[in-house]
Design a protein around this ligand. Structure first.
Ligand SMILES: NC(=O)c1ccc[n+]([C@@H]2O[C@H](COP(=O)([O-])OP(=O)(O)OC[C@H]3O[C@@H](n4cnc5c(N)ncnc54)[C@H](OP(=O)(O)O)[C@@H]3O)[C@@H](O)[C@H]2O)c1
Length: 288
C-alpha cells in the first residue's frame, strides 16, 4: 500500500510517517513541498505520488491565534481540505482526515460519540468542522474522519513539553482543573492510524488514549513520573486564565467505533505519558 502523509513535518505527521514507513511505501509532504491552500497543489501531489491513501495531518493548529486570523485558519483547515478531498476523488485515492474534539461545545457530561451534534465554540473548531463537512460532501462515507484530542509528542509544541519546561526552569505550575479529556501520545495515535488504513476505515470516528483526567491531573502525573512529585502545582480555572479561544470543558471522546473498526485498542493515557517520557529520557527511577 502506498500512503501519502500531508502535514508530515508536524507533531503527528512526523511520528505517523515513522510508523507507516516500517510497513508501507510512505511519502511525506509538508508546506515546503506543496502549499495545500494552492488549489492545484493537492492534485499535483497526488499525480506525482499516486498514493492509495492520503492521511491529512496538515492544519492550522494555533488555537488562540486563530481567533484573530480566521481567514488563515479557514484557508488551511477548510478550503485546502476541500481541494485535497476533490483531488482524492479525481485521482482515486482514499482519504483519512484528522479532526478535533474542538468541533464539540464540551457542555455534555458523557464522552462524545462520532454521531453527536458538533457545536464549535472557537474559530479553530469552526474551521475544522468546515473541513470535515467538505470531506463528507465530496467523498461521503468513502473517507475516514478521525477526531483526536490533546495531542503531545516529541515533534511539536504541546502541554507536556510546556510543563517539563516550566519544571526545568523552577517555575511553579498553575493548571486548570475544569477541562477534562485524554492526553494522546502521537506514537500511539500513529499506530492506530496505521491500523485504520489497513482495515479500510470509513466514516467518522474518535481516537484518543483511553481514560480521562483534567489538565491538572496530567500535570500531576508528569511531576510524579519524572520524580518531581513535590514540584509546586496549583489548580486554577479556565475563567481565570482568560485565553482568547474558549475551550470545551468536556473533551472526552468515545473511541468505541474506532477500536471496533480497526481492532486497535488505544492504550491508557498514563501509559502514553510513561512511554513518551521514557523516549525522551525523562522517566524517573525504577519506572524508567
Ligand atoms: N495538536 C493537538 O492537540 C490536536 C488536537 C486535536 C486534533 N488535532 C489535529 O491533528 C492533526 C495534526 O495536528 P498537529 O498538532 O500534528 O499539527 P501541527 O504540528 O501544527 O502540524 C501541522 C502541519 O501542517 C503544515 N501546514 C500548515 N499549513 C500548510 C499548508 N498550507 N500546506 C501544507 N502544509 C501545511 C504545518 O507546516 P508549518 O509548521 O510549516 O506551518 C505543519 O507541519 C490536525 O488535523 C489537528 O487539527 C491536533
Amino acid at each position: 500500500m502506498k500512503i501519502l502523509v500531508t502535514g508530515a513535518a508536524g507533531m503527528l505527521g512526523r511520528d505517523l510517517v515513522a510508523e507507516l514507513k516500517l510497513h508501507h511505501e510512505t511519502v511525506g509532504a509538508d508546506l515546503a513541498d506543496a502549499d495545500l491552500t494552492d488549489p492545484d497543489a493537492a492534485r499535483e501531489l497526488l499525480r506525482r505520488h499516486t498514493p492509495d491513501w492520503v492521511i491529512n495531518c496538515a492544519a492550522y493548529t494555533k488555537v488562540d491565534q486563530a481567533e484573530s486570523e480566521p481567514e488563515q485558519a479557514r484557508a488551511i483547515n477548510a478550503t485546502a481540505v476541500r481541494h485535497l478531498a476533490q483531488a482524492c476523488l479525481d485521482e482515486y485515492a482514499r482519504l483519512l482526515h484528522l479532526s478535533t474534539d474542538y468541533v464539540f461545545d464540551g457542555a455534555g457530561a458523557e464522552p462524545y460519540l462520532p454521531v453527536d451534534e458538533p457545536n464549535p465554540q472557537n474559530v479553530y473548531g469552526r474551521t475544522k468542522l468546515e473541513g470535515e463537512q467538505a470531506v463528507r460532501e465530496l467523498l461521503e462515507t468513502d473517507a475516514a474522519i478521525v477526531r483526536t484530542a490533546w495531542l503531545y509528542g516529541p515533534h511539536g509544541a504541546n502541554f507536556v513539553a510546556s510543563v517539563l519546561r516550566q519544571i526545568d526552569a523552577g517555575q511553579p505550575l498553575q493548571v486548570v482543573n475544569d477541562q477534562f479529556g485524554a492526553p494522546t501520545y502521537t506514537a500511539h495515535l500513529a499506530a492506530g492510524l496505521r491500523a485504520a488504513v489497513e482495515n479500510d476505515l470509513r466514516g467518522a470516528h474518535h481516537a484518543t488514549n483511553s481514560g480521562d483526567g483534567s489538565w491538572f491531573d496530567v500535570a500531576a502525573a508528569i511531576c510524579e513520573l519524572i520524580g518531581r512529585p513535590d514540584h509546586p502545582l496549583a489548580a486554577t480555572t479556565s475563567d481565570r486564565l482568560s485565553r482568547p479561544a474558549k475551550r470545551p470543558a468536556n473533551s472526552r471522546l468515545d473511541t468505541f467505533s474506532f477500536e471496533a473498526a480497526t481492532g486497535f485498542v488505544m492504550p491508557p493515557w498514563r501509559d502514553g505519558l510513561r512511554d513518551y517520557l521514557r523516549r525522551i529520557k525523562r522517566l524517573a527511577g525504577s519506572a524508567a
